[in-house]
Design a protein around this ligand. Structure first.
Ligand code: 5U1
Length: 783
């Protein structure tokens, strides 16, 4: 095969894979194969630059940023749509259409229905099947040339595929940012102190208005087509939905919710169904669009000013509205975080009346420059908490008040402090001001105590049945409970007097409290409510370090070696256990009889000598330098005794690294810290010289990577206990049976899950078999 042919073959294959992946959502090759073909084509084009064409899949991102945008005159104006806001508007639309067409309203008039994507309308012009121009809608007559940016979007074909396309074809549609891309972008922006986007539509618009297409290429954007403009030298089908299906064959993405219905009833039914789906869709929509499907009928209907008479957008309730910020109050959370909450003039937004919105933290207040009395834009998209996304500064009254953090906790009156964040770098640890504030009152603060107890007793924590929010509120306000340990001192007589408590429920609660004393270590760690420690992190701590004694004393460096624990969370855990008050509560709980059903790390996570050196944060020493030092010195003692002369003999060690090591060795405090870390690695059996095999912990657990499903009733142990045991052994426990399930534990009453397991030939254990398996792993599962 000649080079030209090979290049053509690769381009064709890549275009096809791209189409299957992005347009049909049905890839036929793994990503690695796509990458391999792409690299091959890149290489051939590098060797033969004269063969590069602008429609090659490698040419999506242009090199130099533009100086500015040029204007584009739309040969055929880009129309807008009339709106319907309720059923009556839709009925009136259908009536008008039927009358103009001389049909009875009951006639089977076909409508093509599509969701109305909340993005930016664009026009793509193809000449002889090659993309020659992309433009924004602008005012409908004149837009901006954004060819360089639309080329970076995978769902915009650079060349049409198949055959029969017109010589000149203009395809119109919406470019939008899926919700996931929008949330990920904003999360990154907030973390790096940049300005987040207000909504996915602004995100799409901002991304398309980049002069440098390399920036657009980094944004997650998609394009769905919904109509055509110029069609010259070719013919299209005679119905709208068929035109869209034809476009899909030429390489364009269509919205998968496209449907053809009959009559206004069909339209209203579609509107209701899509409305129900709205929150689950991966992209934002602001309504649905109905178009008369037959093009001859469309022509007959024509236009009024700039809107077609044959189409209408039936809008959903707006997700953004303007209202007044009446006040900002501060709430105290479980960990003492004092967070601002906006109290709003009630406003109907996203389908509900909203009177409170989150303001995140003081940094957010400063970024928005929001003041009490301001008019603000409230956004409520899906089921997320309403947010203030923008201040309408033009409407700010002269007496708008700045928002200040209270000096004292609004619940207990204790001091409110700004949280300090420890930032570690090669030059050591530095304290910086965080965005959060905390009440220092801890369990003496009723707000914190109440929420701490609710969390402690919750289903994923100590699982104390019957200890709901209402009871906790009473126990705390009557001062029967001042710390979690007090729960274990409660007497049934004290409970009987509480509102809504009968004798039986009092003794049931006492029994549940007593039963919770035997608990998996991971649950207990989670129950303590350490900031940033969720169920998963608690499990990692319990499984990796094996005992509460180890977790209590673990250094942040050691914690940050555990799977998925970064330095910030490691710092939170270390601070928590370094606090006398927290240690007193834990001691009291243990004195009341809390004990763990599982103590001992199931296998050792090993830290290599090179990893320890890397963590010494020596300037000039990164991963490779650390490996060279480790290979040369072999032990920490030898490295700490190194001289300048001996360092000079370490293979390929840079002069900067040698100086970095010498600086480190001369710093007594750093040396002491490194020795302490090494000693702890030995204590915890994590040292590279400890005897267990050098495997990571999670992988070494006996049921690592195995997927279990529990179904039916277990008679000898609670389902939650059975789940804990499986998790302790490293298994994943899921709720439904699939090909990925490795084993089903089925008690009496197991229904469809058991049938499915049998159909799929998945091993099934009954309770006795399960208990036997647990005992093989040293777990006595019988309660
Ligand atoms: N789904 C869809 N959105 N949308 C927007 N179809 C659609 N059609 C439009 C617009 C402005 O205009 C038609 C008149 C082609």
């Amino acid at each position: 095969m000649s080079i030209d042919q090979e290049i053509a073959r690769l381009r064709e294959a890549l275009n096809l894979h791209n189409y299957r992946y992005y347009v049909l959502d049905d890839p036929t090759v793994p990503d690695a194969e796509y990458d391999r073909l792409f690299r091959q084509l890149k290489q051939l084009e590098k060797d033969h630059p004269e063969l590069i064409t602008p429609d090659s899949p490698t040419q999506r991102v242009g090199a130099a940023p533009l100086a500015g945008f040029t204007q584009v005159n739309h040969e055929m104006p880009m129309l807008s749509l009339g709106n319907a806001f309720n059923e009556e508007d839709m009925m009136a639309f259908h009536q008008r259409v039927s009358k103009e067409l001389g049909l009875a309203e009951s006639a089977d008039l076909e409508y093509a229905c599509e969701p109305k994507l909340d993005g930016i309308a664009v026009s793509l012009l193809y000449e002889e099947g090659v993309l020659v121009r992309g433009a924004t809608r602008g005012d409908g007559s004149t837009g901006e040339d954004i060819t360089h940016n639309v080329r970076t979007i995978a769902t915009v074909p650079l060349r049409l595929q198949g055959e029969g396309f017109p010589h000149r074809l203009e395809v119109r549609g919406e470019i939008y940012m899926p919700k996931s891309g929008f949330e990920a972008f904003n999360e990154r922006a907030r973390a790096s102190g940049e300005k987040p986007f207000v909504n996915p539509r602004n995100a799409a618009a901002g991304s398309l208005r980049q002069l440098d297409s390399r920036l657009t290429a980094q944004r997650s954007l998609e394009m769905c087509s919904y109509s055509v403009g110029i069609v010259e030298g070719g013919q299209l089908p005679a119905r709208h939905a068929d035109i869209l299906k034809q476009l899909q064959q030429w390489g364009f993405k269509l919205n998968h919710l496209l449907e053809v219905v009959t009559g206004v009833e069909g339209c209203l039914d579609y509107y209701r169904r899509i409305g129900e789906l709205r929150n689950q869709l991966p992209f934002e929509i602001d309504g649905v669009v109905f178009k008369v499907n037959d093009l001859v009928q469309q022509q007959k209907l024509g236009f009024i000013s700039r809107a077609p008479r044959w189409a209408i957008a039936h809008k959903f309730p707006a997700q953004e509205e303007m209202t007044l910020l009446r006040d900002v109050e501060f709430q105290v959370g479980r960990t003492g975080a004092v967070t601002p909450v906006a109290r709003l003039e009630p406003v109907f937004v996203g389908g509900v009346t909203v009177s409170n919105a989150t303001l995140h933290n003081m940094d957010e207040i400063a970024r928005l420059d929001v003041r009490v009395g301001d008019s603000v834009i409230v956004r409520r998209a899906g089921d997320v908490i309403p947010q203030i996304v923008k201040v309408v500064t033009e409407r700010r009254p002269a007496d708008a008040k700045l928002v200040e953090v209270p000096a004292h906790c609004p619940v207990c009156g204790s001091d409110v402090e700004r949280v300090q964040i420890v930032k570690r770098s090669k030059s050591g640890a530095q304290l910086t001001q965080g965005a959060a504030y905390r009440c220092v009152g801890r369990l003496s603060c009723q707000a914190q105590l109440q929420q701490a107890i609710i969390h402690f007793a919750s289903r994923k924590a100590m699982e104390i049945d019957g200890l709901g929010e209402k009871i906790v509120e009473q126990l705390v306000s009557l001062q029967l409970v001042r710390s979690p340990a007090d729960l274990y001192r409660l007497k049934a007589e004290q409970l009987k007097g509480l509102e809504g408590f009968a004798e039986l429920s009092a003794s049931n609660l006492c029994r549940a409290i007593e039963a919770s004393k035997q608990v998996a270590l991971a649950r207990f760690i989670y129950a303590l409510g350490i900031p940033d420690v969720g169920e998963e992190t608690a499990r990692v701590l319990a499984q990796s370090l094996g005992s509460l004694d180890h977790i209590k004393v673990a250094l942040p460096e050691i914690l940050s070696w555990l799977p998925d624990i970064g330095l910030e969370v490691a710092g939170e855990i270390h601070n928590f256990f370094n606090d006398d008050h927290n240690i007193r509560v834990i001691d009291e709980l243990q004195a009341e009889g809390i004990s763990f059903t599982d103590q001992s790390a199931m296998a050792g996570l090993k830290v290599t000598f090179a990893e320890l050196i890397e963590r010494m944060e020596i300037s000039g020493v990164a991963k490779v330098g650390a490996q060279r030092l480790a290979a040369h010195y072999k032990s920490l003692d030898a490295l700490l005794a190194a001289s300048f002369k001996s360092l000079d003999t370490v293979e390929k060690l840079s002069a900067r690294a040698i100086n970095g090591v010498m600086d480190c060795l001369e710093d007594a405090e750093r040396v002491a810290r490194i020795r302490a870390i090494e000693a702890q690695l030995r204590d915890f059996n994590m040292h590279w010289e400890s005897e267990q095999p050098a495997e990571t912990l999670i992988k070494a657990l006996p049921l690592a990577d195995k997927v279990y499903v529990l179904t039916g009733t277990l008679e000898q142990m609670a389902r939650s206990k059975a789940k804990d045991y499986l998790l302790q052994l490293g298994a994943k426990v899921t709720g439904s049976v699939s090909k990925k399930t490795d084993c089903v534990v089925a008690g009496p009453g197991a229904g469809s899950k058991l049938t499915k397991a049998q159909e799929l030939n998945i091993p099934v254990l009954d309770e006795a078999g399960f208990i036997e398996m647990l005992s093989e792993y040293g777990i006595d599962g019988v309660e």
